[in-house]
Design a protein around this ligand. Structure first.
Ligand SMILES: Cc1ncc(COP(=O)(O)O)c(C=O)c1O
Length: 426
C-alpha cells in the first residue's frame, strides 16, 4: 500500500527536518510486548503514536532520485524499508530514541530482535528444533566457527567447491579439522555444479559443505546433495541467496548467511543451526564463536549489531507482506529470466559462461564478445544510473546482482540498455 500524502510518516519522509512531527505524547505510548521465552515466538513490535508505514507492494516504482544498484553486497535494499527506517530513525515508535541509542537489553530492542526472529522463522518455516542466531563477523567468521563447533580436530569433512567462497570456506576449515575437496569446479572456471551421483564422499565425514549460491561466479544449487553417511550433516553458505526462495531447512544441519545481500545491511550474520549440534565446541573456540554461548543468551551475550538486526527485521516484514518466499521466488525468476534471455538472445554479443541449469537467480555474470567494450558498457550504464555492474576483479566482465530488492523495473531498464548498446556496437 502506498503512503497517503497526509500521514505523519509521509510528511517526515518529505520533510526530514520536522522531527517534532513525530514526537510522541506519552499518553499514547503502548507497552513493548516482550516474550520472556524468546525461543517460542509470537511477536508484534511495539507501536506508539507514529504509524508504522505499511509495506508498499513491490511494484511501487523506484524514486527518481535513486539509482538502480546492481552491487553484489552490500546491496540494494527495499525502498519501502529504507523509508520506514528513515521515518523511525529519530524516534523509534514513540520510544523517544533511535534504535541506535537503545540498550540491547531494554524492552524496546528485545521486542525488535524477537520479532525479527519470529518473522524469519515464519518466512523459512524453520522447525522448532533449530536455533536462529544473529551474529557478527560476516560469513567469513563462520568458515572457522562451523568446524570449531561441529568437529573434533581429527574429524574428516567434505567440501564441494563451486566457486571462490566455497574455496575460502574449505581453506579456513583446514585449521580446525580435516577437510577434503571432493569436487572442484576450478578447472572449468566455476561454471557448473557436479552431478551428485558421481561424488566420492568420505564415509566418515562429519559434514558436507556447499555454497548454495556462488556470488562471484553466478552458480547456484537448484537442489541439494545428501551426505552419504546418514549421520553426516549438510551445511550451506546461503549468503547470497538467503530468503530468495523457499528452502527446506530440515535438510540442513546448519545454514549461514551474511545479511548484506538479501536481508539487510552488513554487520549481521545469521546462523540457523539444529539444536543438537550446539554445545560441543572445541576447547580452543573463542567465546564469540561458540554457538552455545550465543544460543543460551538469545544472541545477546555481548552487544549485538542492533541497528542491523532492526533493519533485517524490517526486510523480513517486507518479504512476508509480499506473500512470503514462494512469491519472492516467482519475482526473482521473472527478473532473472528476463536478463538471461536478453544475454542468450544477443547472438553472442553478450555471453554468460555458466551452465544454463545452474545459473544463479541472484548474480548474473556476463561478458561481451568484444571485451574491449566492457569498460565502456559499465561507464555508459552508470551514466544511465545503473551502477556497480563491473564483474568481480577475479573474473572480469560484468555482473548484475539482482537480489530480492532489485525492482523488475531495474532489470527491464538494464535489458533495454543492453539492446541499445548492442545496436550501436554490434
Ligand atoms: C557466498 C558468500 N559467502 C561468504 C561471503 C563472505 O561474507 P562476509 O563478507 O560477510 O564475511 C560472501 C561475501 O560476498 C559471499 O558472497
Amino acid at each position: 500500500m502506498a503512503m497517503s500524502a497526509t500521514t505523519p510518516n509521509s510528511f517526515l519522509v518529505k520533510n526530514p527536518n520536522h522531527h517534532h512531527f513525530l514526537k510522541p505524547t506519552t499518553t499514547h505510548l503502548t507497552p513493548f510486548p516482550i516474550n520472556p521465552s524468546p525461543k517460542s515466538l509470537s511477536i508484534t513490535c511495539a507501536a506508539a503514536t507514529t504509524t508504522h508505514i505499511p509495506t508498499p507492494t513491490p511494484t511501487t516504482p523506484q524514486s527518481q532520485d535513486r539509482v538502480f544498484n546492481f552491487a553484489a553486497g552490500p546491496a540494494t535494499l527495499p525502498e519501502s524499508v529504507l523509508k520506514t527506517a528513515e521515518s523511525e530513525l529519530y524516534n523509534w515508535r514513540g520510544s523517544g530514541m533511535s534504535v541506535m541509542e537503545m540498550s540491547h537489553r531494554g524492552k524496546e530492542f528485545l521486542s525488535i530482535i524477537q520479532k525479527a526472529e519470529s518473522d524469519l522463522r515464519t518466512l523459512l518455516n524453520i522447525p522448532s528444533d533449530y536455533s536462529v542466531l544473529f551474529l557478527q563477523g560476516g560469513a567469513t567468521t563462520q568458515f572457522a566457527a562451523i568446524p570449531l563447533n561441529i568437529c573434533k580436530p581429527d574429524d574428516p569433512v567434505d567440501y564441494i567447491v563451486t566457486g571462490s567462497w566455497g574455496d575460502k570456506a574449505y581453506k579456513e576449515a583446514t585449521k580446525y579439522c580435516k577437510p577434503s575437496v571432493i569436487w572442484s569446479g576450478k578447472p572449468e572456471k566455476y561454471t557448473r555444479i557436479p552431478s551428485f551421483d558421481g561424488l566420492e564422499q568420505n564415509l566418515h565425514a562429519r559434514y558436507l559443505h556447499i555454497c548454495a549460491n556462488e556470488t562471484i561466479h553466478g552458480v547456484e544449487f537448484k537442489n541439494y546433495p545428501t551426505p552419504s553417511n546418514k549421520d553426516a550433516l549438510l551445511i550451506a553458505d546461503m549468503s547470497s541467496n538467503f530468503c530468495s526462495k523457499p528452502v527446506d531447512v530440515s535438510k540442513f544441519g546448519l545454514i549461514y548467511a551474511g545479511a548484506q545481500k538479501n536481508v539487510g545491511p552488513s554487520g549481521v550474520t545469521i546462523v540457523i543451526v539444529r539444536k543438537d549440534l550446539i554445545g560441543g565446541a572445541q576447547g580452543i573456540t573463542p567465546v564469540m564463536l561458540d554457538y552455545k554461548i550465543h544460543d543460551e543468551n538469545n544472541s545477546l551475550y555481548n552487544t549485538p549489531p542492533c541497528y542491523g538486526i532492526y533493519m533485517c527485521g524490517l526486510v523480513f516484514e517486507d518479504l512476508l507482506a509480499q506473500g512470503g518466499l514462494v512469491e519472492v521466488e516467482k519475482r526473482n525468476l521473472k527478473k532473472a529470466n528476463l536478463l538471461y534471455d536478453a544475454i542468450d538472445g544477443s547472438n553472442g554479443f553478450y555471453r554468460c559462461p555458466v551452465e544454463k541449469s545452474v545459473r544463479s537467480l541472484m548474480n548474473v555474470p556476463f561478458t561481451l564478445e568484444k571485451s574491449e567494450l566492457e569498460a565502456e558498457f559499465v561507464k555508459e550504464a552508470s551514466k544511465e544510473r545503473m551502477v556497480q555492474l563491473k564483474g568481480h576483479r577475479s573474473v572480469g566482465g560484468m555482473r548484475a546482482s539482482i537480489y530480492n530488492a532489485m525492482p523488475l523495473a531495474g532489470v527491464e531498464k538494464l535489458v533495454a540498455f543492453m539492446k541499445e548498446f548492442q545496436a550501436r556496437h554490434g
